[in-house]
Design a protein. Structure first.
Length: 90
């Protein structure tokens, strides 16, 4: 659990330093709001070269359509051929 003051968990916390100190390079991500905080955290994690796995069943948004769009934006790059050969992508 990380106390944060911004939408993304990396922008206002020492999360990156703590994960690096533990040798973490992959993140299982869940929480609320999928289309705001989870999406921001996933984007910030990828920008820092962490691999992200979204636990869709453990995420939610106020609107199912917003949730589904965020899930697609986070997850669809994974279904493209060769995605796992790129550093930092899911």
């Amino acid at each position: 659990v990380v106390d944060k003051w911004t939408f993304g968990a990396f922008a206002s916390t020492p999360l990156e330093e703590e994960l690096r100190a533990r040798g973490v390079d992959r993140i299982l991500l869940c929480g609320v709001l999928t289309n705001v905080c989870i999406f921001a955290t996933a984007s910030q994690a990828v920008d820092r070269f962490f691999r992200v796995c979204l636990i869709e069943d453990a995420c939610a948004a106020f609107d199912k359509e917003w949730h589904n769009m965020a899930v697609r934006l986070i997850s669809e790059p994974q279904i493209k051929k060769g995605h796992n050969g790129q550093i930092g992508l899911y």
